[in-house]
Design a protein around this ligand. Sequence first.
Ligand code: NAD
Length: 470
Amino acid sequence: MIEVANPRTGAVDYRFDAVDEAGLSKLAARLRAAQGQWAARTIEDRCEALLGWADSIDRHKDAIAAALETDTGRRRIARLEVEGAIASIRGWAAGAPHLLPQPQWAEGRMNPAIRHQAQDVPYALTGVISPWNFPLTLSLIDTIPALIAGSAVIVKPSEVTPRFAEPLGAAIAEAGLSDLLAFAPGDGATGAALVDQVDVVCFTGSVPTGKKVAVRAAGRLIPAFLELGGKDPLIILESADMDRAVTAALRGSVLSTGQACQSIERIYVARAIYPDFLDRLVTAAEAVRFNWPDINSGELGPMIFARQADIIAGQLEDAVARGAKVLTGGKIDRHGGGYWIAPTVLTDVTHDMAIIRDETFGPILPVMAFDSVEEAVRLANDTVYGLSAAVIAGTIEEAEGVGRQLDAGAVTLNDAALTALFHEAEKQSFKQSGLGPSRMGAAGLLRFYRRKALIAQTGAPAPLSAFSEG
Ligand code: NAD
């Protein structure tokens, strides 16, 4: 029995039994048995079935949003996750049928009598392992295109935020998809066992766990698509509009209490505008309120995972001990049994501090001044991560010039963390932030197919004598 704490109260208010190896193996067999017929349907047909699922999620949206609210301690974002899931299914259903090339025979270049045609064959069973920060969004982001491709899917949601899976399961059953999509609740042991059952695994989570999943997948020679952590930099050039810079920096860093992989975690500002930027950032940060005691107020929820508060406190302590100055925030607040962290602006930080090197996953804004664009680019790229980054300048062209030099899979120009709000652009995760094709755009669907070649001899087969040595 796994116990789950409520992030707003700290009290254990949910318990569940983890699916074990035997349970997973039974589940996998049931889904595999149904997958053949699913894959044999046309892509338009599968999209139609998924549109039915979007409608059933819509009918169950209050129950799903309520469970997500308890999982995460936030109301508005919980609702946005549900609306986003419905929109994502409808968007994929509208676009996916146009993404696959129409199969046709092509004549060989050397021998036109030999023709070939491609068949795109989906992986039979996809495993999805998701984290706690956006429990619904990150459980479905790979699931939707995998199902459309013709795969069956087992999702292992985070043990920290498992409540939403029950009401979502009712919507899956109502749409008649229970034999193709199943949730297998559990902790890391269930996640590891899932890797042993599937033909491809999509993992979203931390770098250390991602590496374990990659090793286990490698042992079975199955692909692992990994979407891992980040330490996203924001560069603010001297020409930047100050209001834009402050608005984007604050929202990009503290939205979802900073519990987002694409959060801005380091800010580099041109020295000429550094004092003014800091003043304005501190004023803006101090106006941010918790959604406590009323969940219908404020902008920041609690830390979803209590242990994350310890990590953040440790990084802050280390930074201050090494000379960092806290201009606002800087401490963990306890309200109602939960852990809350106000937006925290830090200066006098250096690249040997954990708060600049390691993922923080909280509403923390360490700010450094730079003297040249070269220095800003060097500092921004001085990281093992390469998830995303942002540049703000007076013009898009100037921001683009710097963005092209950043070693990250997505760069937002003249805003921050746009990958949270815009899912159409293909992007890969660079360096330790991940592995595999883009989960966004056309590649998000195409990565669930293997390409098979049908090669037809329309002439006479070559006799062995054609290869005779004599
Ligand atoms: P985590 O790595 O601790 O856990 C993620 C999932 O892996 C959970 O479901 C967990 O039960 C499971 N798991 C644990 N051990 C496992 C094992 N040995 N084998 C298989 N599965 C196992 O991550 P988290 O703390 O839940 O999430 C936060 C992390 O996720 C952050 O690092 C964040 O940056 C990252 N993240 C990345 C993206 C992205 O798109 N790149 C998006 C959101 C979050």
